[in-house]
Design a protein around this ligand. Structure first.
Ligand SMILES: [Fe+2]
Length: 329
């Protein structure tokens, strides 16, 4: 039977769409949802240079140095810290911490991670890390260590103004994987991320909230590619570039504007070789968003194409040396 588009049927249609939407919400809640990125923990060979970089040049705020760990907060984030540094014999990733909103989400996500067969570092428990909370740690299939946590202590958010030129918060984390299609499937099926867009079949942009991407996956040896930080405005990104240049840290690639996410970008390298990005104007999406597969080209990768460098000027990739090894902190 064909439903005629009268007022009554429009109301039924609206109710039906609401039912589907609410059912999806309930299903997502049952599977547990990740709501944001909390922090990235790095092990670095030269702690003092990295510490100075994040404090004086990148302009995060050092909030604590305790038990050989140094913590940095971003002014515009409620997270107590978004970067954690540790002195080590090699440069590696200690942890990528993701946020869940409730203990039920943490438990549900743990069940899914366990059922998938991921190697567990520890099951959900009260955390002893700075800020406490409740969470678990595991290795994603390629071996990078992740945490999912909730109820972690938070701080006041500072409202930033144009020309403050300091990072507001972590915007996104980009990973490489020798099995990047499988890793995308893992983030979608196991951790509940949604695909926002693809660039060719080699770069996938994934979201866990209103922002176009909080995570992206590329082919390559298993490692972190870069961590990006939102700047309040495009002017703040450019003034940030100026500050980094004055401190002998020139742009590796940029300034430019990507097509997927429509965000501006400028990539740099920290003293220990970690790639970091200032970005701005990342677009927001809603539940009606339909993914696009963009055909890679110069003007798709960088809609301005007036900056320096390109993907080839980014540092050579190496597998993270600490895969499947827990930092225990
Ligand atoms: Fe990025």
């Amino acid at each position: 039977m064909v439903l005629l588009p009268n007022v009554k049927n429009q109301r039924v249609g609206a109710k039906f769409r609401w039912c589907i939407f609410l059912t999806q919400l309930i299903m997502e809640r049952d599977m547990g949802v990740i709501s944001d990125i909390r922090y990235v923990g790095y092990a670095v060979k030269d702690l003092s240079s990295e510490q100075k970089f994040y404090q004086d040049v990148w302009k995060l705020d050092e909030v604590k140095e305790e038990n050989d760990l140094v913590y940095f907060a971003a002014k515009g984030s409620a997270e107590l810290y978004q970067v954690r540094l540790r002195q080590s014999d090699e440069n590696s990733i200690d942890i990528v911490a993701l946020k869940a909103d409730t203990r039920q989400d943490v438990d549900a996500l743990f069940e899914r991670v366990k059922k998938f067969g991921s190697k567990i570092i520890f099951a959900p428990k009260n955390l002893e890390t700075l800020g406490g909370g409740y969470g678990f740690r595991f290795f994603i299939p390629d071996g990078l260590p992740f945490e999912i946590s909730t109820d972690v202590e938070t701080k006041e958010i500072e409202i930033l103004e144009r020309w403050d030129a300091v990072p507001e918060r972590i915007s996104h984390v980009v990973l490489h994987s020798p099995n990047h299609h499988d890793l995308v499937k893992y983030f979608v099926d196991v951790l509940g991320f949604k695909i926002s867009d693809w660039l060719g079949d080699f770069m996938c942009f994934l979201r866990c909230n209103k922002w176009h991407h909080r995570l992206a996956v590329l082919p390559g040896p298993p490692c972190l590619d870069h961590v990006a930080y939102d700047m309040p405005t495009i002017d703040d990104m450019f003034r940030g570039i100026y500050r980094l240049k004055k401190n002998d840290t020139d742009v590796l690639w940029g300034p430019g504007r990507h097509t997927a996410g429509n965000n501006t970008f400028s990539y740099f390298q920290s003293p220990n070789g970690n790639v970091v990005e200032y970005t701005s104007e990342l677009e927001q999406v809603d539940e009606n968003w339909q993914p696009t597969t963009y055909k890679p080209s110069q003007l798709v990768m960088d809609q301005w194409s007036t900056g320096v460098g390109g993907p080839k000027t980014m540092p050579a990739l190496h597998a993270d040396p600490a895969l499947f090894k827990s930092a225990k902190v």
